[in-house]
Design a protein around this ligand. Structure first.
Ligand code: TRP
Ligand code: SF4
Length: 375
C-alpha cells in the first residue's frame, strides 16, 4: 500500500472518508452488525438506517444493559458554537445509550481547554456557549439527574489523569497518531483520555464498561485512550473504553467540509425559522435538470441532502413513511419543489417545538454547569 493510500484521520481538521469498510479494516473497528443488537430494547434510527456503522466492544455495553449492571456513557463537546445537525447526532447517541438502562450514568465534558488549544476561545466564552449547548441536550431528552456535567478546566481528576498519562506517551507516538501538531492539541488529547476514563475512578464507582459515541474522524482519540487504558490497567483496573462510530455528515450544500465559512450549509438548532427555511430551500438535491426529465427518470434520493441528511438522518422517524418518500422520489412521482415544501413542514414543526423546549431549560442548564466547579 503506497504512502498516499494510508487513511489519515485528523480530529481537529477536515477528514473525508470515502470507504468505511477500509477504514474499519485498517483500524480494527468492528461492523455494527457484529454486535448483538437484537438484545437491545429498542434500536435508534441512526442504527436502523446504517448511519452508525461500526463499534469497538459494544458487546460489553449490551451485556451490561441486559444484566442490569452499571455502565457509563461518556461524551464531550468542544464549545465552539451552537448545536447544529452534526453535533445533534452525537447528542442523540449519548442520550439514547444513557436512557437504555436505569443503571447507566452519563458523563458530559465541556471541552473548554480543547476549545482554547484549538480555537483560542477564552474559557469564559466557552461557558456561555456550553449553556446554550446544554439547553439543546436537555430539550433533546437528556435527564439532568443522570448526568455528570463538568468543564475540563474545572475538573481536577481529569487534569490529574492527563498528567499521569503523559508519562506513557512520547512525541513520536503522538506524531504517529495525529501528525505534527501544536503541543496544546497533544495535551488536549491526553485531557480527553482523562475525560473518557474519569467514570472508572473510585469517586465514580470504580471500573465499569464505558461507551463513547463518536464521529469516525475521532477514532484516533479512541485508539490513544484504549492504549493508555491498557498501560494503566494494573494501576486503575481500567476496562478498555467501548465506542460506536457514525458516518461523517455532509452539509446542506452537499459538501463534506462543514465549515463556518459556508453558513448556508449548516442548519443550527437555534436558527430562526426564516433562516432555516432559506437553507432548506437552497439545499443540494438529487433532482434532474428539468421537471420533464425528473418525471420520466425519477430523482436520486441517495445523493440528496433533503432525503439523506434531513429526513433520513434527523427528521422522519417513521421507517415506512421514509420508504414511501424514497419511492415517490425514485419514480418521479414527486418533484423537488413540492418535496422540499413537504420536508419543510415537518422540519419547521420540529424546530419550533425544540426551540420552545430549550428556552425552558436555561435554568437547569446553568445549574448543571455550575454543579461541579473548583473553588
Ligand atoms: N474532542 C471532542 C470534540 O472535538 C470533544 C471531547 C472532549 C470529547 N472530551 C471528550 C468527545 C470525551 C468524546 C469523549 O468535540
Ligand atoms: Fe431530493 Fe425530494 Fe428532489 Fe428527491 S424529490 S431529489 S428527495 S428534494
Amino acid at each position: 500500500m503506497g504512502q498516499e493510500d494510508v487513511i489519515r484521520l485528523d480530529p481537529w481538521g477536515v477528514s473525508s472518508i470515502k470507504d468505511y469498510r477500509r477504514l474499519m479494516e485498517e483500524f480494527g473497528i468492528q461492523p455494527i452488525e457484529s454486535a448483538p443488537l437484537k438484545e437491545l430494547p429498542q434500536l435508534h434510527r441512526l442504527i436502523r438506517r446504517g448511519f452508525i456503522f461500526g463499534h469497538r466492544d459494544l458487546n460489553l455495553i449490551i451485556k451490561a444493559v441486559k444484566e442490569g449492571r452499571e455502565y457509563a456513557v461518556m461524551t464531550g463537546i468542544k464549545p465552539s458554537g451552537d448545536y447544529h445537525l452534526g453535533t445533534k447526532v452525537t447528542a442523540e447517541e449519548f442520550i439514547y445509550f444513557t436512557n437504555l438502562s436505569s443503571k447507566a450514568m452519563g458523563f458530559f465534558a465541556i471541552a473548554d481547554l480543547e476549545a482554547y488549544a484549538d480555537n483560542k476561545i477564552p474559557l469564559e466564552k466557552s461557558r456561555e456557549i456550553a449553556i446554550s449547548n446544554l439547553m439543546d441536550l436537555l430539550a433533546l431528552g437528556l435527564d439532568p439527574k443522570r448526568v455528570y456535567v463538568y468543564r475540563q478546566s474545572e475538573e481536577m481528576n481529569v487534569l490529574k489523569l492527563a498528567f499521569i498519562f503523559s508519562r506513557a506517551v512520547t512525541y513520536n507516538m503522538m506524531e504517529a497518531i495525529y501528525g505534527d501538531k501544536p503541543f496544546g492539541l497533544y495535551y488536549s488529547a491526553l485531557v480527553q483520555a482523562g475525560d473518557i476514563l474519569l467514570p472508572q475512578l473510585p469517586e465514580h464507582g470504580g471500573p465499569k464498561p464505558t461507551l463513547v459515541p463518536v464521529g469516525a474522524d475521532q477514532d484516533p482519540h479512541i485508539r490513544l485512550t484504549r492504549d493508555i487504558a491498557r498501560k494503566y490497567r494494573e494501576d486503575f483496573g481500567f476496562i478498555l473504553p467501548a465506542a460506536v462510530y457514525h458516518k461523517l455528515i455532509r452539509d446542506l450544500t452537499g459538501s463534506m467540509k462543514m465549515s463556518k465559512r459556508n453558513p448556508m450549509g449548516i442548519l443550527y438548532l437555534t436558527d430562526s425559522l426564516e433562516s432555516a427555511r432559506k437553507k432548506i430551500f437552497s439545499a443540494f438535491t438529487g433532482g434532474r435538470a428539468t421537471a420533464e426529465e425528473q418525471k420520466k427518470l425519477g430523482g436520486t434520493p441517495e445523493v440528496c441532502t433533503i432525503f439523506v441528511e434531513l429526513l433520513s438522518m434527523h427528521f422522519l422517524e417513521d421507517d415506512k413513511k421514509l420508504k414511501e418518500w424514497y419511492w415517490d422520489c425514485k419514480t418521479g412521482r414527486i418533484l423537488c419543489g413540492e418535496c422540499k415544501a413537504k420536508a419543510w413542514e415537518i422540519i419547521s414543526r420540529w424546530l419550533s417545538e425544540h426551540q420552545r423546549k430549550r428556552e425552558q431549560m436555561r435554568d437547569v442548564a446553568v445549574k448543571l454547569l455550575e454543579e461541579h466547579t473548583l473553588t
